[in-house]
Design a protein around this ligand. Sequence first.
Ligand SMILES: [Ca+2]
Length: 364
Amino acid sequence: MIDLTGVTCTEGVMGPPRCVVVDTPAFHHGGRSARFRGLRDSDIVIGSGEDGFMHRIWLLMACLVLTLGSVASWAQAREKIIIDTDIGDDVDDAFALALAVKSPEFDTLGISTAFGDTEARARITDRFLGEVGKPEIQVLAGNPTSTKNPMSQRKYGEGGHFAKNSHGDAAEFLLDQIRKHPGEITLIAIGPLMNVGAAIDRDAATFRKLKRVVIMGGSVRKGYGDYGYNDHVPPMPEWNILNDVASAQKLFTSGVPLFVMPLDSTQLKLDEVKRAFLFTRGSAVTDQLAILYHLWAQETPTLFDPMAVAFALKPELCPVTPLHIRVDEKGSTLEEQGTPNAQVCLQSNSENFFRFYLKRVAEK
Ligand SMILES: [Ca+2]
């Protein structure tokens, strides 16, 4: 838009601008030649002063309506998500949360913790969200369970930084949110499935009203350590399924739309080149990842969990195949004949994933 005193011109796409000119003495006495050199008469509409004023009011209103419309459609288009995590042991959960908080496509209703000391995991989550400027996101805790698994990042949550006064019950929160937003919520479950099992036990009909569940879990055709270029490693029970087989069985037979990111497509190595890139960004999010990475005290993280979040954003990063999966009593996720009960990502491209992940998480 060109704005000259008394004149409103719209930029011409294929030629000179179209102008509405307030019909003033200045326009008739020399103003025209100075202002509109190069315009044809047909490109100029001369109106009264009132016409020009009304024209500008209409343009302003049109701009306002367009702006409000785009804000409203953006808000509507945001995907409501709840993340269920066992943050604190392996470090990939933190990298998954980092992707979620950097993604404006998401409206994160809450983050719940599962497995072992769920309160300690909730305090880790409190601090992470506070440090990255998202203290308003609710944090819920599941029922604690007993485990001997050491929590490598426990200390991160022990200082009370950004600690919330209390953490509500994870399964109850999930069901409440589904009742408020039936058919709208994506649950991204990146830990053992205790909270999912608890929600199904309490109200299976409501649980089915999730829009979809995306899990990192299972091992369908490849096991741990099969990266595609080395010797084939057969499938084996995967951690998240193994640590609560009964809940996994409930999920796979629940009838909810289920998307599964198993070991087959999630053994994504954050190598030293990628770590150096990420940890030198110096942003609030990458600084937290650097701290948690050092508390984890191992060398190369495998970003299993972030693929589940990435899939919810860009499903083309992990193309799915409909399969019928049965979870056996040992925690194996067996591919069998039958009506598909899950959409399973059996293969992904690591470089495509990292191009998306690193760019998104490193964004200022
Ligand atoms: Ca996890």
